[in-house]
Write a protein that binds this ligand. Sequence first.
Ligand code: HEM
Ligand code: HEM
Length: 179
Amino acid sequence: MTDAGGRFSPLQRALHWLMAAMVVAMLFIGVGMVSTLHPRYLVLIAIHKPLGIAILVLAVLRLGVRLRRGAPPLPADLPWWQAAGAKASHVLLYALLIVMPLVGWSMLSAGGYPIVLYGPIHLPQIVPHDDALHAILRAAHAWLAYLFFVTILLHVAAALFHALVRRDGVFQSMASWRR
Ligand code: HEM
Ligand code: HEM
């Protein structure tokens, strides 16, 4: 159940803000990583892989919690197209939270690279070694990252519209603090 004040449950709110920070960090680490020849590339990629896999694990957990506990209803006076936009963008965000890490993992598998989580802890290859597939997945990982970035910008703009213009409690439903 969502909580009595019409908010997402504490677990849902905690996961939302933790994962928001992780995803923003991943986007910047990813872009920083591919635009440098400096040895710090190795540090960035060593963070990027386990952090991305942690997002995958948390996203599956979060989707399970969402399906069990649901979400507070949107305001009844919200225009239908805004309600439809909110639902569609949330589905897209959940999809990207799961697909992005899977594409990253598959990309490294197809390229024949080790998928190192930490020290000797490696993940298995999830697709066969194939250079053509590696090139496709690498491009897909970059394009999906741009799509993620744009979707987050729209999502934040909508959240601020609810918080500052409509003041209809939608922002509060995900805020971790009391009114
Ligand atoms: C939510 C999860 C993830 C996000 C938001 C993300 C984001 C990004 C971004 C923005 C880039 C730079 C793309 C470019 O401009 O070319 C990138 C590159 C990369 N990502 Fe991810 N990533 C995620 C998960 C993963 C995972 C789980 C792995 C592997 C286990 C991975 C492996 C890589 C690699 C190897 C590159 C460098 C690709 C290249 O050399 O062109 N990513 N990522
Ligand atoms: C940066 C990465 C972010 C991701 C991946 C993300 C993802 C999501 C997802 C998937 C939902 C739907 C929750 C559900 O129905 O279970 C959601 C809801 C929400 N998010 Fe975010 N979010 C991010 C950042 C933010 C930020 C920065 C804000 C505030 C400025 C924000 C404010 C909200 C609000 C207010 C809701 C509730 C909307 C509603 O019930 O219609 N989010 N977010």
